[in-house]
Design a protein around this ligand. Structure first.
Ligand code: ZN
Length: 329
C-alpha cells in the first residue's frame, strides 16, 4: 500500500514528504493507522548518519501509537479499532529480505506489523499522544528499575532528567522507591521535584554529593554524554549497582575500579526491554494514569525539533501529531 511518510534523503538534507510501500497485511499481521509518533534521540542519530549504517531514504520513528485498521486471519490478540503501540525490532533502518530494502518507521501514516510486536494500550484516549514515549523512554527505564528491584525500602537515583530520565523518575516513584534525581543545573530542581523526585541532588555540588555517599541501592544513569562515573559509583551502598542506558558518542572515562572493589559495587548496562515487560509497563502506567511529559509538533517541524533536542530544549519528549502529515509539504 502506498503510504505517506517523511524521510531524510541524506545525512545533511532536511526531512521532506516521501511515499513508501507498506506490505499488504499477512495472516499474522496487524495494519495500524498511526496517530502519534514520539521523537527519540536515536531518530536524530540515525537520520543524520551519526551512527554507522544508515540506509537512505530514512523514515525514523519507533514510539508509535495508532489504531488497528485491519488484522490478518490468524491474528487473535487484536481487533479493528483498538489502540495499540508498535514495539522495537529495528522498526526503522533494519534490513529486510528484499534486496536493498530497509524498514521504515513511524514518521508515516500507516504501518504493518506482526502481531507479536504489537502492544495493547488501555490508557484514556486523551492520553494517547503522551503514551507514545513509553515505548522507548518508558521501557528503557522500566526494565532496569524492575531488574534491580526498585520498590519500597529502596533508595534509587536517576541521573539526567531528559526524555529517558524524566520517565525513570516517574516510574521509580510510582514503584514506591525513595527516588532522588541528579541534575547538573540548580535551575532544574523544581521541575525534577514536579516529576515525583523525593529529593534532587545537584551533581556539580561536591557537598551535596558527599551527603549521599554509600547510600543508594541503585542508580539509573541515562546520560548519553561522556562523563566521570566515579562520583556516582561512590554513592552506591555495598552491593549497589549503577546501570547505564545512554550510549555516548565517545566512551566515558574508565571508572576507578577501586570504587567497585570496595563495596562490591557493580556497573551494568541495559537496552530497552522485551515485549512482555513492555506490556507490563504499559498496563502499570495505564492503571496509574502515568504518561510522558510531551510537546506536540507538526510533521513539518521535525528538523526544528531536532535542533532543540540538541540543546536539551524539550520537556521532555517531542511527539508528532500524525494528522499533520496529510498536509505536510
Ligand atoms: Zn528510542
Amino acid at each position: 500500500m502506498r503510504t505517506k511518510a517523511y524521510a531524510a534523503q541524506a545525512a545533511t538534507t532536511p526531512f521532506a514528504p516521501f511515499e513508501i510501500d507498506r506490505r499488504a497485511p499477512g495472516q499474522s499481521d496487524v495494519a495500524i493507522d498511526i496517530l502519534f509518533c514520539g521523537v527519540c534521540h536515536s531518530d536524530l542519530h540515525t537520520a543524520r548518519g551519526e551512527w554507522p549504517g544508515t540506509r537512505y531514504p530514512c523514515v525514523p520513528g519507533h514510539e508509535i501509537v495508532g489504531r488497528v485498521a485491519a488484522v490478518g486471519g490468524d491474528v487473535t490478540k487484536f481487533r479493528v479499532g483498538q489502540y495499540c503501540e508498535h514495539g522495537f525490532v529495528a522498526t526503522y533502518n533494519g534490513a529486510t529480505t528484499g534486496v536493498g530494502e530497509n524498514t521504515y518507521g513511524g514518521y508515516s501514516a500507516h504501518i504493518v506489523v506482526d502481531e507479536r510486536f504489537v502492544l495493547k494500550v488501555s490508557h484514556a484516549e486523551t492520553d494517547l499522544a503522551a503514551v507514545a514515549p513509553l515505548l522507548c523512554a518508558g521501557i528503557t527505564t522500566w526494565s532496569p528499575l524492575r531488574k534491580w528491584g526498585a520498590g519500597p525500602g529502596k533508595k534509587v537515583g536517576v541521573v539526567g532528567i531528559g526524555g529517558l530520565g524524566h520517565m525513570g523518575v516517574k516510574l521509580s516513584h510510582a514503584l514506591g522507591a525513595h527516588t532522588a534525581a541528579f541534575t547538573t543545573s540548580p535551575g532544574k530542581v523544581a521541575a525534577a521535584r514536579a516529576l515525583g523526585a523525593d529529593e534532587v541532588i545537584v551533581s556539580k555540588n561536591p557537598d551535596e554529593m558527599a551527603a549521599h555517599a554509600n547510600s543508594f541501592d541503585f542508580i539509573l544513569n541515562t546520560v548519553a554524554a561522556p562523563h566521570d562515573l566515579d562520583p556516582f559509583i561512590a554513592l552506591l551502598k555495598r552491593d549497589g549497582t549503577m546501570t547505564v542506558v545512554g550510549v555516548p558518542a565517545t566512551p566515558h572515562p574508565s571508572p576507578n575500579v577501586a570504587g567497585l572493589i570496595f563495596g562490591r559495587r557493580s556497573l551494568a548496562g541495559s537496552l530497552i526491554g522485551g515485549i512482555a515487560e513492555t506490556q507490563e509497563m504499559l498496563d502499570f502506567c495505564a492503571e496509574r494514569g502515568l504518561v510522558a511529559d510531551v510537546e506536540m509538533i507538526a510533521m513539518r517541524e521535525i528538523d526544528r525539533a531536532y535542533g532543540r533536542m540538541l540543546k536539551s530544549d524539550v520537556k521532555y519528549r517531542f511527539v508528532i501529531d500524525m494528522a499533520t502529515l496529510q498536509n505536510a509539504a
